[in-house]
Design a protein around this ligand. Structure first.
Ligand code: GLC
Length: 617
């Protein structure tokens, strides 16, 4: 079923073309209707337009459509048309200078203008990882990472977030989002645990509402972009939680745990699926024809297109670079577009040779092109190839930040609250705030923020948790010292905002200990030594091994990676919002318990679904 807005777009385009015809203007191309090729005729059904365009394409036109290049690899925009490139992307942190919404829109339009100089004027589709907001762009709204959204148990909210992200992404020209990650994180040692909505297929499946937000808004004048269900399949189930590792499961287990979110995404009409770097029982997913073609495209009926991960085909043989065999194997397995992303000329040459040698059938090339072009027509890229600047001002808008703050409130999970130390008092309290994550937008946003790995510091506009606390405290006095220096018995309460610093992908794997770092432990010891009640706010992408320290804490709030709107954490700390978040993942008693998941018979510190509320009255 096509997303509502795509249907609406087609209807709108037909109406516009009709009006244009009557008024004599043309909305699609300069050619008069009777001479316009069928693929440029918005009055024709998409399958007819695709078939007409395909019939006009050379082999090189078709190979180019299956090729995605990193923007940084384009030294001369003319290369886009020369090599008939079908897609560009910004990898994490690959941004124009200056890194502003306007500059992104200008960059996108420049690339698109170059693409439209090709003989058939096929527009590019441009992809980014907007995985918790349009997170590459300075000033964009940064929403909580998926693990926090899972804690909300609020699919409607997550759908609205998809719509807000689609607007901000559209406002920069970009039309394809490599999100949502529908990984089911089964081992918290995995560096991408925070990109998961949680440890059960039901929770991840419930949050596929974000696809409706990204691809099809309720209002016709809101931007919509192509979503990507990733990473197919089993990325969160590798042995030891090793990123890009091996998921050693029976087919029944794989189907029960990791496939359901993709089934749900396909039912919602997700436009693309990205293949996982990981393997299933020793076979690289990028080479797995059974799971990609027979299961995803056949059994699940996925009609969009399959994209590789970044250099994903290179990793099939475990060596650097791609070989003719890897190109042949991945395309024949069902990959429709390859995120090369640098050696795209060599990729095209290699694939051409494989087709001409008869090792990749032309039917496979045509199927891939049909899938890609169908999405480009449905997105309206042929009629509206350039940035819709109506949405550029939505980037970082007050409306979106308010939505993000609501998501932060709902994502907070209260795990301990002895003696009702929370909520904090707005009046008359002496509050001491400490911890490396109290006043750091970068740390509270986590990876995939402005850069691929993210970083500490004031990396983008937002409200830190400390600022949120200060904003809330009326006559209460707030003192801050990162390491707790100055704390004494005169304070009513100490709030320690601790946890992890940013990381992404394999950089975040924790094969050994999963406890707090030395700085946090020292800060907590200092606070504890003062005899003042201690509230711990844990800013992390996963549960940490804190069982030994927990008895010394009076309260514990799991904040996850809230993003730019730290005021939402303060809303909960001061009781303006009664915490209702529920654990999206089981909280270990010890790292030795990993993997630990609901129903596995182990005894956790806090079970999946756990969360306290404030007693009112
Ligand atoms: C990365 C990630 C994937 C992302 C892609 C493009 O390596 O695995 O999630 O979409 O490359 O940045």
């Amino acid at each position: 079923m096509r997303p509502r807005s795509v249907r609406r777009k087609t209807l709108f385009a037909v109406l516009a073309a009709t009006v244009a015809l009557v008024s004599g203007a043309t909305t699609v191309s300069a050619a008069p209707v009777q001479h316009r090729p069928a693929y440029l005729d918005t009055g024709k059904p998409v399958p007819v337009r695709v078939a007409d365009l395909l019939s006009r394409m050379s082999l090189d036109d078709k190979l180019g459509q299956m090729t995605q290049a990193e923007r940084g690899a384009i030294t001369d925009p003319a290369d886009i048309a020369t090599h008939r490139l079908g897609s560009l992307l910004s990898g994490g942190g690959s941004v124009p200078t200056p890194n502003t919404a306007q500059s992104w829109a200008d960059m996108y339009d420049g690339f698109q203008r170059a693409a439209l100089t090709s003989p058939l004027r096929i527009p590019i589709i441009y992809g980014v990882d907007a995985v918790h907001g349009h997170n590459n762009v300075h000033g964009a709204t940064i929403f909580p990472h998926n693990i926090g959204l899972g804690a909300t148990r609020d699919p409607k909210l997550v759908g609205r977030i998809g719509g807000a992200v689609a607007e901000e992404v559209s406002g920069t020209g970009v039309d394809w989002d490599f999100a949502p990650c529908l990984c089911v994180a089964r081992n918290d040692r995995w560096g991408r645990t925070y990109e998961s909505f949680g440890e059960t297929p039901e929770l991840a499946s419930s949050m596929t509402t974000i696809i409706d937000g990204l691809q099809g808004r309720s209002s016709s004048d809101k931007g919509s972009i192509l979503a990507t269900a990733k990473h197919y399949v089993g990325d969160g189930g590798t042995t030891g939680g090793v990123d890009q590792g091996d998921t050693e499961l029976t087919e029944q287990q794989l189907r029960a745990i990791h496939l359901p979110p993709f089934r749900a995404a396909v039912r919602r009409g997700v436009g693309s699926v990205m293949i996982s770097y990981s393997s299933w029982n020793g076979v690289k997913m990028h080479a797995n024809r059974y799971l990609i073609t027979d299961v995803l495209k056949g059994e699940l009926g996925f009609s969009g297109f399959v994209v590789s991960d970044w250099q994903g085909i290179d990793k099939i043989d475990g060596q650097e670079g791609f070989t003719a065999e890897e190109v042949r194997t991945s395309i024949n397995a069902g990959v429709d577009m390859v995120m090369v992303p640098y050696d795209y000329v060599s990729f095209i040459d290699t694939l051409r040779a494989e087709v001409q040698a008869g090792r990749v059938p032309m039917s496979r090339i045509d199927d891939a092109n049909r899938r890609i072009l169908t999405k480009k027509f449905q997105l309206g890229l042929f009629e509206r190839p350039f940035t819709d600047r109506r949405y550029t001002a939505t980037v970082g808008s007050a409306e979106h930040r308010a939505l993000a703050r609501q998501a932060v409130r709902e994502s907070q999970v209260l795990l301990k609250n002895d003696g009702g130390v929370l909520p904090l008092g707005k009046n008359g309290q002496k509050i001491f705030v400490a911890g490396k994550n109290a006043d750091d937008i970068g740390n509270q946003s986590g990876g995939w923020t402005i850069t691929w790995q993210g970083s500490s510091g004031p990396i983008t506009p937002g409200t830190t948790i400390l600022q949120g606390i200060r904003d809330k405290a009326r006559s209460s006095a707030v003192t801050y010292d990162r390491n707790g220096a100055g704390i004494d018995g005169s304070y009513d309460v100490a709030v320690a905002v601790v946890g992890e610093t940013p990381y992404a992908e394999f950089m975040g794997d924790r094969p050994a200990g999963m406890g707090l770092d030395a700085e946090d432990l020292a800060t907590l010891r200092r606070l504890k030594g003062s005899g003042v009640p201690v509230v711990v706010v844990l800013v992390s992408g996963r549960p940490l091994d804190i069982a030994a320290e927990l008895p010394g804490w009076d309260a514990l709030l799991a904040s996850w990676l809230p993003g730019t709107e730290g005021g939402g954490v303060a809303d909960v700390l001061f009781g303006d919002y009664n915490p209702a978040g529920k654990l999206p993942v089981t909280w270990m008693r010890s790292a030795a318990q990993q993997p630990i998941n609901v129903g596995d018979g182990q005894d956790p510190l806090f079970p999946y679904g756990y969360g306290l509320r404030y007693r009112r009255g």
